[in-house]
Design a protein around this ligand. Sequence first.
Ligand code: DQA
Length: 150
Amino acid sequence: MGLHILILNGPNLNWLGRREPGIYGSTSWPEIQAELEEYAAARGVTITCRQSNHEGVLIDILQEGADVFDAVVLNAGGLTHTSVALRDCVAALPVPVVEVHLSNVYAREEFRHRSLLAPVVAGQISGFGPLSYRLGLEAAIALAEKRKRR
Ligand code: DQA
């Protein structure tokens, strides 16, 4: 069976393209998603893309997907820096999670330098704009393949 990967976006990422374009660029999420779908199809991988502005909904999506997906690419937005509950959920997941950010969070305000997720994810990709998602997907595919071979 082929790999199935969840790409999950948190608060405000539905506004990509119109949201602080100087920081996040002018590409909308549907455009990024279309590119990711094309890339995934070429790699023989299925992706599901979800977004919520609500912490609890993100946790529900992750819990419900725990036995469905082989890996997760997660951009938790601002919750990256604040959410113990999301971190606890990620820590409990049986599948690898790759943390991604469009912006380089370490080149921005100090409150973005701390990710509560970083210690419980497989790794982090930050600063490459929309490319962060493709790099994150590539990492997720590699981790999921490795896990399946075990
Ligand atoms: C972000 C960085 C976060 O600090 C911010 O709150 C976001 C987006 C990024 O993709 O660069 O909402 O996760």
